[in-house]
Design a protein around this ligand. Sequence first.
Ligand SMILES: NC(=O)c1ccc[n+]([C@@H]2O[C@H](COP(=O)([O-])OP(=O)(O)OC[C@H]3O[C@@H](n4cnc5c(N)ncnc54)[C@H](OP(=O)(O)O)[C@@H]3O)[C@@H](O)[C@H]2O)c1
Length: 320
Amino acid sequence: MRAVVADRYGPPDVLHVRDVERPIPKKGEVRVNVHASSVTRSDCGFRSAKPFISRFFTGLRRPRRTVVGTEFAGVVETVGADVTGFSVGDEVFGFRGGSNAEFVCVPGSGAIAHKPVGMNFGEAAATCDGASIARACLKKVELREGKRILIYGATGAIGTAAVQLAKATGAHVTAVGNTQNLDLVRSLGADELIDYLTEDFTKNGQTYDVVFDAVGKHSFHRCRASVKEGGAFIETDLGFLWHVPFLALATRWIGSRKVNLPVPVYSKEDVLHVKELIEAGRYRAVIDRTYPLEDVVEATLYVETGEKTGNVVLTVSPTA
Ligand SMILES: NC(=O)c1ccc[n+]([C@@H]2O[C@H](COP(=O)([O-])OP(=O)(O)OC[C@H]3O[C@@H](n4cnc5c(N)ncnc54)[C@H](OP(=O)(O)O)[C@@H]3O)[C@@H](O)[C@H]2O)c1
Protein backbone atom coordinates (compact mmCIF):
# COMPACT_ATOMS: atom_id res chain seq x y z
CA MET A 1 0.00 0.00 0.00
CA ARG A 2 1.05 3.66 -0.44
CA ALA A 3 1.95 5.37 2.82
CA VAL A 4 3.79 8.42 4.10
CA VAL A 5 6.89 7.20 5.92
CA ALA A 6 9.43 8.95 8.17
CA ASP A 7 12.36 6.70 9.16
CA ARG A 8 13.91 9.40 11.33
CA TYR A 9 12.97 12.60 13.16
CA GLY A 10 13.58 15.84 11.31
CA PRO A 11 12.21 18.53 8.98
CA PRO A 12 9.29 17.92 6.58
CA ASP A 13 11.57 16.45 3.89
CA VAL A 14 12.12 13.31 6.01
CA LEU A 15 8.63 12.37 4.78
CA HIS A 16 8.44 10.06 1.74
CA VAL A 17 5.55 8.34 0.02
CA ARG A 18 6.53 4.66 -0.34
CA ASP A 19 5.01 1.23 -0.83
CA VAL A 20 4.90 -0.62 2.50
CA GLU A 21 3.26 -3.80 3.80
CA ARG A 22 -0.45 -3.54 4.38
CA PRO A 23 -1.07 -3.77 8.16
CA ILE A 24 -2.79 -6.94 9.38
CA PRO A 25 -5.65 -6.44 11.83
CA LYS A 26 -5.11 -8.04 15.23
CA LYS A 27 -7.86 -9.44 17.42
CA GLY A 28 -10.28 -6.62 18.20
CA GLU A 29 -9.19 -4.44 15.24
CA VAL A 30 -10.74 -3.36 11.97
CA ARG A 31 -8.74 -2.48 8.85
CA VAL A 32 -9.89 0.77 7.29
CA ASN A 33 -9.34 1.66 3.64
CA VAL A 34 -8.44 5.30 4.20
CA HIS A 35 -10.03 7.78 1.78
CA ALA A 36 -8.80 10.94 3.50
CA SER A 37 -6.37 11.86 6.25
CA SER A 38 -4.83 15.14 7.40
CA VAL A 39 -1.67 16.94 8.45
CA THR A 40 -1.92 18.44 11.94
CA ARG A 41 0.34 20.38 14.27
CA SER A 42 0.41 17.20 16.42
CA ASP A 43 1.79 15.26 13.42
CA CYS A 44 4.45 17.94 12.94
CA GLY A 45 5.42 17.68 16.61
CA PHE A 46 5.75 13.87 16.42
CA ARG A 47 7.75 14.03 13.14
CA SER A 48 10.19 16.66 14.39
CA ALA A 49 10.29 15.25 17.95
CA LYS A 50 9.53 18.71 19.32
CA PRO A 51 9.13 18.98 22.22
CA PHE A 52 11.83 16.39 23.01
CA ILE A 53 9.55 14.71 25.58
CA SER A 54 7.42 13.36 22.70
CA ARG A 55 10.27 10.85 22.01
CA PHE A 56 9.30 9.02 25.21
CA PHE A 57 6.03 8.14 23.47
CA THR A 58 7.15 7.78 19.85
CA GLY A 59 10.65 6.26 20.20
CA LEU A 60 13.81 7.64 21.80
CA ARG A 61 16.32 7.52 18.89
CA ARG A 62 13.97 7.07 15.91
CA PRO A 63 10.22 6.74 15.39
CA ARG A 64 8.90 3.32 16.44
CA ARG A 65 5.96 3.74 14.02
CA THR A 66 7.37 4.87 10.68
CA VAL A 67 4.03 5.52 8.92
CA VAL A 68 2.90 8.99 10.00
CA GLY A 69 -0.50 10.69 10.34
CA THR A 70 -3.17 10.49 12.99
CA GLU A 71 -6.63 11.32 11.59
CA PHE A 72 -8.52 9.14 9.11
CA ALA A 73 -11.84 8.70 7.35
CA GLY A 74 -12.58 5.73 5.14
CA VAL A 75 -14.38 2.42 4.73
CA VAL A 76 -14.01 -0.72 6.86
CA GLU A 77 -12.34 -3.32 4.61
CA THR A 78 -11.67 -6.16 7.09
CA VAL A 79 -13.14 -6.91 10.50
CA GLY A 80 -10.84 -8.80 12.87
CA ALA A 81 -11.93 -11.34 15.48
CA ASP A 82 -13.97 -10.11 18.46
CA VAL A 83 -14.99 -6.78 16.93
CA THR A 84 -18.52 -5.65 17.58
CA GLY A 85 -20.33 -2.67 16.09
CA PHE A 86 -18.50 -2.51 12.75
CA SER A 87 -19.02 -4.39 9.48
CA VAL A 88 -17.22 -4.50 6.15
CA GLY A 89 -18.32 -1.49 4.07
CA ASP A 90 -19.09 0.81 7.04
CA GLU A 91 -17.96 4.41 6.54
CA VAL A 92 -15.92 5.44 9.58
CA PHE A 93 -13.68 8.23 10.90
CA GLY A 94 -11.40 8.68 13.86
CA PHE A 95 -7.89 9.04 15.24
CA ARG A 96 -5.11 6.47 14.93
CA GLY A 97 -1.33 6.63 14.42
CA GLY A 98 -0.20 5.59 10.93
CA SER A 99 -3.20 6.98 9.09
CA ASN A 100 -1.40 8.81 6.25
CA ALA A 101 -1.72 5.55 4.33
CA GLU A 102 -4.10 3.56 2.17
CA PHE A 103 -4.91 1.26 5.10
CA VAL A 104 -4.81 1.61 8.87
CA CYS A 105 -5.76 -0.90 11.57
CA VAL A 106 -7.82 0.53 14.41
CA PRO A 107 -9.11 -1.15 17.60
CA GLY A 108 -12.89 -1.32 17.39
CA SER A 109 -12.98 -0.04 20.98
CA GLY A 110 -10.64 2.88 20.13
CA ALA A 111 -11.15 6.37 18.71
CA ILE A 112 -13.33 5.31 15.79
CA ALA A 113 -17.01 5.77 14.98
CA HIS A 114 -19.33 5.69 12.01
CA LYS A 115 -18.85 8.73 9.79
CA PRO A 116 -21.45 11.42 10.49
CA VAL A 117 -24.37 11.39 8.09
CA GLY A 118 -23.96 13.98 5.35
CA MET A 119 -20.26 14.64 5.94
CA ASN A 120 -17.71 13.82 3.24
CA PHE A 121 -14.50 11.87 3.89
CA GLY A 122 -12.27 14.97 3.75
CA GLU A 123 -14.30 16.84 6.36
CA ALA A 124 -14.59 13.75 8.57
CA ALA A 125 -10.81 13.20 8.42
CA ALA A 126 -10.18 16.73 9.67
CA THR A 127 -12.39 16.52 12.74
CA CYS A 128 -10.88 14.50 15.54
CA ASP A 129 -7.54 16.12 16.45
CA GLY A 130 -8.77 19.68 17.01
CA ALA A 131 -12.00 18.49 18.63
CA SER A 132 -10.25 16.06 21.03
CA ILE A 133 -7.67 18.63 22.15
CA ALA A 134 -10.30 21.37 22.52
CA ARG A 135 -12.51 18.97 24.47
CA ALA A 136 -9.63 18.03 26.79
CA CYS A 137 -9.09 21.76 27.39
CA LEU A 138 -12.73 22.55 28.09
CA LYS A 139 -13.49 19.48 30.23
CA LYS A 140 -11.54 20.91 33.15
CA VAL A 141 -13.44 24.22 33.24
CA GLU A 142 -17.04 22.95 33.18
CA LEU A 143 -18.58 25.59 30.92
CA ARG A 144 -22.31 26.18 31.00
CA GLU A 145 -24.88 28.88 30.37
CA GLY A 146 -23.92 32.07 32.19
CA LYS A 147 -20.15 31.42 31.90
CA ARG A 148 -18.00 33.62 29.67
CA ILE A 149 -15.04 32.28 27.70
CA LEU A 150 -12.57 34.10 25.46
CA ILE A 151 -10.87 31.95 22.81
CA TYR A 152 -7.66 33.45 21.42
CA GLY A 153 -6.53 32.03 18.06
CA ALA A 154 -10.08 31.00 17.22
CA THR A 155 -9.15 30.28 13.59
CA GLY A 156 -6.77 27.32 14.07
CA ALA A 157 -7.70 23.63 14.24
CA ILE A 158 -8.09 23.76 18.03
CA GLY A 159 -9.61 27.26 18.01
CA THR A 160 -12.37 26.51 15.48
CA ALA A 161 -13.19 23.34 17.43
CA ALA A 162 -13.14 25.17 20.78
CA VAL A 163 -15.54 27.91 19.61
CA GLN A 164 -18.09 25.29 18.55
CA LEU A 165 -17.67 23.01 21.59
CA ALA A 166 -17.87 25.97 23.98
CA LYS A 167 -20.96 27.30 22.21
CA ALA A 168 -22.60 23.87 22.49
CA THR A 169 -22.36 24.11 26.30
CA GLY A 170 -24.44 27.33 26.28
CA ALA A 171 -21.52 29.52 27.40
CA HIS A 172 -21.01 33.04 26.03
CA VAL A 173 -18.11 32.88 23.57
CA THR A 174 -15.81 35.74 22.62
CA ALA A 175 -13.52 34.74 19.74
CA VAL A 176 -10.29 36.48 18.82
CA GLY A 177 -9.05 36.27 15.24
CA ASN A 178 -7.75 38.43 12.43
CA THR A 179 -9.80 40.77 10.23
CA GLN A 180 -10.17 38.41 7.27
CA ASN A 181 -11.46 35.47 9.34
CA LEU A 182 -14.02 37.22 11.56
CA ASP A 183 -16.94 36.13 9.34
CA LEU A 184 -15.77 32.53 9.61
CA VAL A 185 -15.62 32.68 13.41
CA ARG A 186 -19.04 34.33 13.55
CA SER A 187 -20.43 31.50 11.41
CA LEU A 188 -19.10 29.00 13.99
CA GLY A 189 -21.34 30.59 16.62
CA ALA A 190 -19.16 33.11 18.46
CA ASP A 191 -21.23 35.70 20.33
CA GLU A 192 -18.58 38.43 20.25
CA LEU A 193 -15.57 38.97 18.03
CA ILE A 194 -12.29 40.72 18.64
CA ASP A 195 -9.88 41.50 15.82
CA TYR A 196 -6.42 41.03 17.30
CA LEU A 197 -4.96 43.32 14.64
CA THR A 198 -6.91 46.30 15.99
CA GLU A 199 -7.68 45.46 19.64
CA ASP A 200 -5.68 43.98 22.51
CA PHE A 201 -8.22 42.04 24.61
CA THR A 202 -5.93 42.16 27.64
CA LYS A 203 -6.38 45.95 27.75
CA ASN A 204 -10.14 46.34 27.11
CA GLY A 205 -11.23 45.94 30.76
CA GLN A 206 -13.38 42.84 30.07
CA THR A 207 -13.06 39.75 32.26
CA TYR A 208 -13.91 36.11 31.55
CA ASP A 209 -14.38 32.91 33.53
CA VAL A 210 -12.01 31.26 31.08
CA VAL A 211 -9.33 32.63 28.77
CA PHE A 212 -8.24 29.94 26.33
CA ASP A 213 -5.08 30.59 24.30
CA ALA A 214 -5.60 28.07 21.50
CA VAL A 215 -2.42 28.98 19.57
CA GLY A 216 0.25 29.30 22.24
CA LYS A 217 0.80 33.01 21.58
CA HIS A 218 -0.15 34.46 24.97
CA SER A 219 0.89 33.89 28.55
CA PHE A 220 -0.84 33.64 31.91
CA HIS A 221 1.13 36.68 33.00
CA ARG A 222 -0.29 38.85 30.17
CA CYS A 223 -3.86 37.51 30.42
CA ARG A 224 -4.17 37.32 34.22
CA ALA A 225 -6.17 40.55 34.57
CA SER A 226 -8.70 39.30 31.97
CA VAL A 227 -9.42 36.14 34.01
CA LYS A 228 -12.05 36.49 36.74
CA GLU A 229 -11.16 35.42 40.28
CA GLY A 230 -11.83 31.69 40.50
CA GLY A 231 -11.44 31.45 36.73
CA ALA A 232 -8.92 29.66 34.52
CA PHE A 233 -6.35 30.29 31.83
CA ILE A 234 -5.92 27.43 29.34
CA GLU A 235 -2.77 27.01 27.27
CA THR A 236 -2.15 24.48 24.49
CA ASP A 237 1.66 24.80 24.36
CA LEU A 238 4.19 23.79 27.01
CA GLY A 239 5.83 27.20 26.76
CA PHE A 240 9.48 28.23 27.01
CA LEU A 241 11.36 25.82 29.31
CA TRP A 242 8.05 24.11 30.16
CA HIS A 243 6.84 27.00 32.25
CA VAL A 244 3.18 26.13 31.52
CA PRO A 245 3.27 22.69 33.24
CA PHE A 246 5.05 24.39 36.12
CA LEU A 247 2.35 27.10 36.33
CA ALA A 248 -0.41 24.47 36.06
CA LEU A 249 1.05 22.72 39.09
CA ALA A 250 1.76 25.89 41.08
CA THR A 251 -1.71 27.44 40.55
CA ARG A 252 -3.36 24.32 41.97
CA TRP A 253 -2.31 25.60 45.38
CA ILE A 254 -1.39 29.26 44.89
CA GLY A 255 -3.73 32.07 43.82
CA SER A 256 -7.38 32.14 42.83
CA ARG A 257 -6.85 31.67 39.07
CA LYS A 258 -5.86 28.28 37.64
CA VAL A 259 -3.65 27.49 34.66
CA ASN A 260 -4.67 24.37 32.71
CA LEU A 261 -2.66 22.39 30.17
CA PRO A 262 -4.64 19.69 28.37
CA VAL A 263 -3.55 16.10 27.93
CA PRO A 264 -5.77 14.85 25.09
CA VAL A 265 -6.75 11.19 25.29
CA TYR A 266 -8.34 10.74 21.83
CA SER A 267 -11.02 8.32 23.01
CA LYS A 268 -14.07 6.79 21.34
CA GLU A 269 -16.10 9.07 23.60
CA ASP A 270 -14.46 12.13 21.99
CA VAL A 271 -15.27 10.85 18.49
CA LEU A 272 -18.87 10.00 19.42
CA HIS A 273 -19.36 13.38 21.08
CA VAL A 274 -18.25 15.32 18.00
CA LYS A 275 -20.26 13.01 15.70
CA GLU A 276 -23.39 13.77 17.72
CA LEU A 277 -22.78 17.52 17.45
CA ILE A 278 -22.12 17.27 13.69
CA GLU A 279 -25.33 15.35 13.10
CA ALA A 280 -27.24 17.90 15.19
CA GLY A 281 -25.85 20.67 12.93
CA ARG A 282 -23.80 22.18 15.78
CA TYR A 283 -20.28 21.35 14.60
CA ARG A 284 -18.40 21.37 11.32
CA ALA A 285 -14.81 20.86 10.28
CA VAL A 286 -13.19 23.97 8.83
CA ILE A 287 -11.00 23.01 5.88
CA ASP A 288 -8.34 25.38 4.62
CA ARG A 289 -6.52 23.36 1.95
CA THR A 290 -6.62 19.85 0.50
CA TYR A 291 -3.55 18.10 -0.93
CA PRO A 292 -3.10 14.65 -2.52
CA LEU A 293 -1.09 12.19 -0.38
CA GLU A 294 1.91 12.59 -2.72
CA ASP A 295 2.16 16.30 -1.79
CA VAL A 296 2.53 15.60 1.94
CA VAL A 297 5.77 17.61 2.22
CA GLU A 298 4.12 20.69 0.69
CA ALA A 299 1.08 20.20 2.96
CA THR A 300 3.36 19.91 6.00
CA LEU A 301 5.34 23.03 5.10
CA TYR A 302 2.05 24.91 4.94
CA VAL A 303 0.86 23.55 8.32
CA GLU A 304 4.19 24.59 9.85
CA THR A 305 3.67 28.23 8.82
CA GLY A 306 1.24 28.36 11.79
CA GLU A 307 -1.16 30.28 9.54
CA LYS A 308 -3.64 27.67 8.39
CA THR A 309 -7.30 28.38 8.92
CA GLY A 310 -8.78 25.27 10.52
CA ASN A 311 -7.45 22.07 8.98
CA VAL A 312 -5.39 20.65 6.12
CA VAL A 313 -6.68 17.47 4.46
CA LEU A 314 -4.71 14.79 2.58
CA THR A 315 -6.70 12.83 0.03
CA VAL A 316 -5.63 9.22 -0.11
CA SER A 317 -8.24 7.77 -2.46
CA PRO A 318 -9.73 9.64 -5.44
CA THR A 319 -13.24 9.16 -3.99
CA ALA A 320 -12.40 11.50 -1.10
N1 LIG B 1 -1.45 20.22 23.90
C1 LIG B 1 -1.49 19.43 22.82
O1 LIG B 1 -1.68 18.22 22.93
C2 LIG B 1 -1.31 20.04 21.46
C3 LIG B 1 -1.48 19.23 20.33
C4 LIG B 1 -1.36 19.82 19.09
C5 LIG B 1 -1.05 21.17 18.98
N2 LIG B 1 -0.82 21.89 20.10
C6 LIG B 1 -0.47 23.32 20.01
O2 LIG B 1 -1.68 24.03 19.93
C7 LIG B 1 -1.50 25.21 19.17
C8 LIG B 1 -2.61 25.33 18.15
O3 LIG B 1 -2.65 24.22 17.28
P1 LIG B 1 -3.57 24.33 15.99
O4 LIG B 1 -3.38 23.08 15.22
O5 LIG B 1 -4.93 24.75 16.36
O6 LIG B 1 -2.82 25.56 15.29
P2 LIG B 1 -3.00 26.10 13.84
O7 LIG B 1 -4.23 25.55 13.21
O8 LIG B 1 -1.71 25.94 13.13
O9 LIG B 1 -3.22 27.66 14.16
C9 LIG B 1 -3.15 28.54 13.14
C10 LIG B 1 -4.12 29.68 13.38
O10 LIG B 1 -3.63 30.48 14.45
C11 LIG B 1 -3.82 31.82 14.12
N3 LIG B 1 -2.76 32.67 14.65
C12 LIG B 1 -1.44 32.63 14.35
N4 LIG B 1 -0.79 33.58 15.03
C13 LIG B 1 -1.71 34.23 15.78
C14 LIG B 1 -1.65 35.30 16.70
N5 LIG B 1 -0.49 35.89 17.02
N6 LIG B 1 -2.77 35.70 17.27
C15 LIG B 1 -3.95 35.10 16.98
N7 LIG B 1 -4.08 34.09 16.12
C16 LIG B 1 -2.96 33.65 15.52
C17 LIG B 1 -3.70 31.85 12.62
O11 LIG B 1 -4.50 32.92 12.17
P3 LIG B 1 -3.85 34.19 11.44
O12 LIG B 1 -4.33 34.08 10.05
O13 LIG B 1 -4.42 35.31 12.20
O14 LIG B 1 -2.35 34.09 11.57
C18 LIG B 1 -4.25 30.52 12.16
O15 LIG B 1 -5.59 30.57 11.79
C19 LIG B 1 -0.11 25.10 18.54
O16 LIG B 1 0.72 25.98 19.25
C20 LIG B 1 0.28 23.68 18.74
O17 LIG B 1 1.67 23.54 18.93
C21 LIG B 1 -0.97 21.37 21.32
